[in-house]
Write a protein that binds this ligand. Structure first.
Ligand SMILES: C/C=C/C(=O)SCCNC(=O)CCNC(=O)[C@H](O)C(C)(C)COP(=O)(O)OP(=O)(O)OC[C@H]1O[C@@H](n2cnc3c(N)ncnc32)[C@H](O)[C@@H]1OP(=O)(O)O
Length: 128
């Protein structure tokens, strides 16, 4: 087992209302995949001193919708180190969500966070 297996990186960001794409202020699923690309980039910088290139996803599940106004966090966990391939588990969770029934700027912390997307993918590092 590689000493870097199990390493986890988390990014957190606010989902701007300009990203709402579907009815009900929903955000497209690709938004979450964009977060996964960024968090995988930091993971590869930490393991390989290089951003790497995303080769593909073996699975993606959209478990619950993401809404404009959410605060979302994306986690990447390194699960397998190949020669140049790095297999990564991803999870995105909503940690804060708007509460429009209380007013236009009202929002709550979600405890526990709401899991919205899970995925597994492979990023490829350059040959050393
Ligand atoms: C961090 C996020 C970054 C991004 O989002 S970048 C934007 C999106 N991605 C891209 O534009 C990448 C486009 N694709 C490519 O440039 C190439 O395509 C790759 C560099 C990803 C791979 O090409 P090659 O270097 O020629 O691959 P190989 O020498 O055939 O394999 C190297 C290792 O990578 C594994 N691998 C290759 N393709 C896949 C795949 N599609 N799914 C899973 N694994 C893959 C292999 O098995 C092997 O692994 P082993 O070195 O550990 O033996």
């Amino acid at each position: 087992m590689s000493p870097t297996e199990g390493l986890t990186v988390t990014h957190r960001r606010y989902v701007p209302h300009s990203h709402a794409h579907y009815g009900g202020d929903l955000v497209d699923g690709a938004y979450g995949l964009g977060l996964f690309g960024d968090v995988a980039t930091e993971l590869l910088i930490r393991t390989d001193a290089d951003e790497g290139l995303f080769a593909g996803y073996s699975s993606v599940e959209f478990v619950a919708p993401v809404q404009a106004g959410d605060v979302i966090e994306a986690t990447a966990t390194l699960v397998r180190v190949g020669n140049r391939s790095r297999e990564i588990d991803f999870e995105a969770r909503v940690v804060c969500r708007a509460a429009p029934h209380r007013g236009p700027s009202a929002a709550d912390v979600l405890d526990p966070p709401l899991v919205v997307t899970r995925a597994r993918g492979t990023v490829v590092a350059p040959a050393r």
